[in-house]
Ligand binder design. Sequence first.
Ligand SMILES: *Cc1c(COP(=O)(O)O)cnc(C)c1O
Length: 463
Amino acid sequence: MKYVSTRGEAPALSFEDTMLTGLAPDGGLYVPETVPVLSKGQIARMRLGSYEDAAYDVMAPFVGDTFSEDEFRELIAAAYEEFGHVARAPLKQIDSGLWLLELFHGPTLAFKDFAMQLIGQMFQAVLKRNGRRITIVGATSGDTGSAAIEAFRGLENVDVCILYPHGRVSEVQRRQMTTPVEANVHALAVDGTFDDCQRHLKDMFADHAFRDEVGLAAVNSINWARVMAQIVYYFTSAVSLGAPERRVSFTVPTGNFGDIYAGEIARRMGLPIDRLVVATNQNDILDRAFRDGEYRTGTVMPSISPSMDIQVSSNFERLLFDAYGRDGGAVAQLMQELRSEGGFTISQGAHEAICEHFSSGAVSEEETSARIAATLAESQELVCPHTAVGLEVARDHQDIAVPMIALATAHPAKFPDAVEAATEIRPPLPNRMADLYDRSERVSRVENDLGAIQGLIREKRAK
Ligand SMILES: *Cc1c(COP(=O)(O)O)cnc(C)c1O
């Protein structure tokens, strides 16, 4: 399997190089040259096996010969063994025709663990084989950083340095980054904003001498391997509701469009998905794009579902590439317009192609809180604010003939303030991390300056 760039100007790469590279040199995102299709028999068989078995069947065509069958099965097993539920991604009915897909049983209580844990294992295997050592550097407003630290803690051949804005992440998020004891984990609290952290990260990647010196690598949301790992739970959940004989729909709380794009790939692999419903909070660039074909950036408004507070939805480029008939030149032109004019109009043909399978909705802050309260009242379930955004939109798109699966992307205890404000109940952490507030923290505070941050990274990885 080869991977090509959405902007059409970068050489095709193997899975291994795609995973290690992340962003394509022409600025595009890597996508598989062709999408493998699973037979009805292969899909139906997933009903009998474990999550890990399904994960192997879904992902094996994408990784090709990067790993032997035994090796890949071992990596998958290691990735998910720490999850707090045997089903890994259990499905729970909360109303007639409506199910919650619980994606928060991983070590950091959010769905990003599904991809990060596997990426950690795959990076480790490839680096060992090549005798390389790398430094993963990431910038986070909360969830991604803790998921990356959990995935790479204690692995050989990798140091992981996460920049976060000092004083601007939640206490749970901060503690998840500062309490791991492994020597290869380094939390850096920057005296600045999340945007400052992201800018420093970009500048580090542009500094080729530094990049080579420390073996800089990233695992941000545009990495194809992250999308790939997220395809699996679309299959396991649909199959448990009767696929491939029965159709299902999904509603996905969406920010960077990575999670729902994995659903689109599942559909193209042969899973009978009726609708893929995009749910956004008040940062509704995607809802507007789906409704009227206008993709225009605004200013980010902080919300109670912060992991969806985005201005540009990076993985949307992958969907555009398909909608434009895989014309990399056309995508490059749209992205140029986005940079110079702050937006673009999707062509009529591409917009119609997109709307064939996707629907969308946007939810206000008040509606989000009200849905958290209503879900508790009606179904005795505490849900996180991101999940509530999805549930609110899902209710508008239910069709009595088709089961609706709403993705529960984080555990309510990860966003205790918003949940408590809506319900007067403070959700407790699961038992296995109940001592999070007692563990000692280890963090390096650093001034908002690229040189100071680079110096600290050099020093940390040398130890
Ligand atoms: C990252 C995140 C999202 C958004 O996922 P995308 O792949 O960026 O669309 C939604 N909910 C939670 C809890 C998240 O951490």
